[in-house]
Each structure stands twice: as C-alpha cells, then as structure tokens.
Design a protein around this ligand. Structure first.
Ligand code: ATP
Length: 274
C-alpha cells in the first residue's frame, strides 16, 4: 500500500547519484545530427567502455560531456551538477572534477612534461613553484614514467610515454572522473596491456570513475566494468561485456563475433552457436 510518506520525494543518497548522467542529448554539426536524444548513466567508480563504429559519435559524446561541444538539446550532469547552468567560479570548480586524455595526447610540444602537467594547475590555482614541481613529479610517477621524463619534451618520448605524460596531466587536479579517448590506439600489444593495467591500478588507488572510448577489444575484456554501444545516434545497449556481446544487432554481431574478439577471449552467444 502506498502511504503519504512514500510519496514524499526522498533525496538521493550521494552514492546513488551517477558520476555522469546524460538525458535527451542532441548534438550535430549543420544539418548532420550525431546524437538524437541519447541517454546514458555512468556509475560512480566504474570503468565504462564506449564503443561503436567509426563516426558514430563517441568522441563527440565525450566532448559534449566535458563542455567542448555545445549540445543542441539535453541535460548533462556531472556528480549531480547540471553543467549548463554553471558560470564563473562554479564552472571552474566543476571542471576540476574531471581530467581528460585526448586521442592524440594533445601535449604542448614547446613545454616539458612537467610544464605540461602544470598547465591545469596554473589555470586553477596560484601555487609556489616548488610545490608545483612536487605535484608534477608525483603525477609523473603515478603515470608510471621515470622522474627524468619530467624535463623532457614530448618529441623526446616514445608514443607510450607520451600517453603516460598526457595521463599525468589529466591527473593534475586530482579528478574524480577520467575521460580517455582511445588511450591504447597506436601502442604495441605489450604497451597497450601495460597501459590498461595502469588505468586499473589508478582506478583502484584513487577511486576514479573512467569514461573510456575505445576500439580495443582487449581493453574491454580486461578492465571495463560495463560497455556502452553507440549506434543509430543513441546508446544502443549498455551492460556487462557478456550482456552487450549477446545483443542482437548487426554491428554488435560483427564486432563481438569476429576473429579479433575471439582472440581477446570474447564470444557472443551467437558466436558460440557457430
Ligand atoms: N568539429 C566537427 N565539425 C563537424 N563535424 C564533426 C566535428 N567533430 C565531429 N564531427 C562529425 O561527427 C561525427 C562523429 O564524430 P566522432 O569523432 O565523435 O566519431 P567517433 O565515433 O569518435 O569515430 P572514430 O571511432 O572514428 O574516432 C562524424 O561524422 C564527424 O565527422
């Protein structure tokens, strides 16, 4: 029986509030609609792998969530805070909630690794130089780079080291959410697997929520708690890798039943029947 007290809206416990909540998102460029009323929840403390065919809007979704692309419609909340009503100091504080590693690393080539890590610190705080150096060294070490990488320029680093330098910068503000756009693209399998392990370790140590755009089936298999498939301008399906791999859709079948998926240890229900 429903009582009057049941009808009083109860505040959500903080742990129930998704780290990221997207509702009715519409994005596009000119006449092209990329997302058409897309909904998505990213749970606190999970690694969500975001997959989909090329050009389906994975990177645009990431950029819309962090405010680099202005949506045509919809609501985006990060840790319960609606991002589009924020101005001034509140907007600045909201930006400290997340760090991002772009597909190409996007490091400033004229700055050393330490100086790159310090860019967000300078944007948000006024700190003594020796403290900035200490913070940069700590983030560089967290990202698994040797300390002598601090004074090197991006051009002096290998591809894998550049990714780690970009990760160190993404961690600069002690974010609660990490956005990673194809972090293992361009890495050899050993480098990719070491990077996956690093993400897993950082998540465990820092309690991070991770929004991870990837094509890498090994990454999905090894570190993702859930997987969201973007297709037809929406989140087509979301769930554990096993659940998603069984979803009946041509792209899902091709992606999760191919030889690469089998090599990564992923087999969809359909594939098992073959
Ligand atoms: N700045 C932009 N101006 C115009 N169109 C854009 C812009 N950014 C992205 N697009 C278009 O939006 C669509 C989605 O692009 P997006 O980069 O999100 O795809 P994706 O799913 O990340 O693809 P991939 O897996 O190949 O990286 C594409 O058709 C792309 O051409």
């Amino acid at each position: 029986m429903t009582t009057e007290t049941d009808l009083i809206e109860k505040p959500e416990a903080e742990s129930d509030v998704p780290a990221i909540r997207v509702r009715g998102l519409v994005t596009g460029f000119g006449p092209q609609i990329v997302h058409d009323h897309l909904d998505l929840d990213v749970k606190r403390g999970e690694i969500l792998g975001v997959v989909g065919g090329s050009g389906t809007g994975k990177s645009v979704l990431l950029k819309a969530i962090i405010g680099l692309i202005t949506p045509m419609d919809g609501e985006i909340e990060i840790n319960g805070v609606n991002q589009h009503r924020l101005v001034g100091d509140a907007a600045q504080a909201a930006r400290r909630e997340w760090g991002v590693l772009f597909q190409d690393g996007a490091l400033f080539t004229s700055l050393t690794v330490a100086q790159n890590v310090q860019v967000p610190l300078r944007e948000h705080f006024r700190l003594a130089e020796d403290l900035m150096d200490d913070i940069a060294r700590s983030k560089i070490s967290m990202a698994g780079l040797p300390l002598d990488a601090a004074c090197k320029y991006p051009s002096d680093l290998s591809g894998g080291m550049r990714k780690r330098a970009a990760l160190a910068r993404a961690l600069a503000l002690d974010p609660s959410i990490l956005f990673l756009d194809e972090p293992t693209a361009g890495l050899d399998p050993i480098g990719a697997s070491a990077f996956d392990q690093l993400i897993l370790d950082l998540k465990a140590a820092l309690g991070l929520t991770v929004f991870l755009v990837t094509h890498d089936l090994d990454t999905l298999h090894t570190i993702c708690d859930r997987v969201a498939v973007i297709a037809e301008k929406k989140v087509l399906t979301i769930g554990t890798l096993d659940e998603v791999a069984r979803f009946d859709h041509p792209w899902v079948r091709d992606y999760f039943s191919g030889p690469r998926a089998r090599a990564a240890g992923i087999t969809s229900g359909k594939a098992k029947e073959v």
